[in-house]
Design a protein around this ligand. Structure first.
Ligand SMILES: Nc1ncnc2c1ncn2[C@@H]1O[C@H](COP(=O)(O)OP(=O)(O)OP(=O)(O)O)[C@@H](O)[C@H]1O
Length: 309
């Protein structure tokens, strides 16, 4: 067998100084990141920071203002091959008003050579989607369930889920997480999920990318992130003694009590000292870690800007 030629580009998404303006408003000012394929990414950031915009740019649904985007080495803009390999359906997706759920499920497979009718059927049943209801009559949760069904059944190599849980009740959310992991295990591909429920989806995500002020403030592996910091709480002097010369990412004061999020792993000596000096040590949740790192990264940017000006 002739070996296939080495690809000039590694597979995955490559973002290089990507910018996006809407009129005079700069939403993405300089987004640079490498997202190797075959992972589940969490795209995080506050409301209006540009998560949906970035996903639309990557899929080629909108034009970027500047910079370079490559999917498996190919620019997604007006490229039918990339369109077949990416799926980005969201809850407020517009469908033809006269289309029922059944009609939508009949039309969409034509766009995806990898479509799985079996997955679509299973999700329709599990979400109890009303097949004969017109799309505009669906509730918000049902619209989300339809978007998830289309996204997972597409089996697209790059699947984007924009806050996929909107309007879903607790049991439908657990169907989403369950099905996503099952699909990912059986048919590995790349998922990019924007979310504000960091801790709820923390077990799904392998890597998080945090957008702040138009740039990637943090990109980190979730397991590394979990082991990378802890919170120590107690009287300020004792907390500072325990922390030593390690880096404090954030600190909060409540009277004489200091709560510090510390970069690094907890050591046995830390535990002994904490017990002796009545400090509490706990693991930081992913949400706390991301918030601390994000704020810290932005402080650094602000400090460097101040120094430079
Ligand atoms: N078509 C558009 N025209 C003008 N401004 C837009 C357009 N689309 C998005 N924006 C603006 O770009 C910014 C980023 O919007 P975007 O929806 O990407 O944010 P987001 O991070 O997904 O927000 P959220 O977490 O609230 O969903 C917002 O200020 C929004 O008002």
């Amino acid at each position: 067998m002739t070996p296939s030629p080495p690809s000039a580009h590694p597979s995955g998404i490559s973002l290089n100084h990507v910018t996006k303006n809407f009129g005079r408003k700069q939403v993405l000012t300089d987004v640079t990141a490498e997202l190797p394929s075959g992972r589940i990414y969490g795209l995080l950031g506050s409301n209006g920071v540009g998560k949906t915009t970035l996903m639309s740019l990557i899929c080629g649904h909108q034009f970027r203002t500047g910079g370079r985007i490559l999917i498996d080495g190919i620019d997604p803009v007006e490229n039918p091959m990339v369109l077949q390999r990416t799926c980005f359906v969201h809850e407020d997706q517009l469908y033809n008003d006269s289309f029922s759920v059944r009609d939508i499920l009949a039309v969409i497979p034509a766009f995806y050579p990898t479509w799985s009718a079996e997955t679509a059927d299973r999700l329709v049943t599990r979400f109890r989607l009303p097949l004969d209801t017109k799309s505009k009559k669906l509730s918000r949760g049902q619209r989300s369930a339809l978007a998830i069904t289309l996204s997972l059944a597409s089996r697209a190599a790059y699947t984007f889920l924009d806050e996929p849980y909107l309007g879903l009740d607790a049991s439908s959310r657990s169907i989403l997480y369950d099905e996503l992991l099952a699909e990912y295990a059986a048919h590995p591909r790349t998922f990019i999920i924007s979310t504000h429920l960091i801790d709820e989806v923390a077990d799904l995500m392998e890597e998080v990318v945090v957008l702040e002020d138009g740039v990637v403030a943090v990109q980190t592996d979730v397991d590394e992130a979990r082991a990378a910091c802890f919170i120590v709480r107690g009287r300020e002097a004792e907390v500072r003694t325990l922390v030593g010369d390690r880096e404090i990412l954030t600190e909060r004061h409540l009277g004489t009590i200091l709560s510090a999020t510390v970069r690094g792993a907890v050591t046995p000596d830390d535990r002994t000292l904490a017990e002796r000096t009545h400090l509490t040590i706990e693991a930081a949740s992913l949400q706390e870690f991301v918030a601390a790192l994000g704020l810290h990264a932005l402080d650094e940017v602000a400090r460097k800007t101040e120094v430079a000006s």
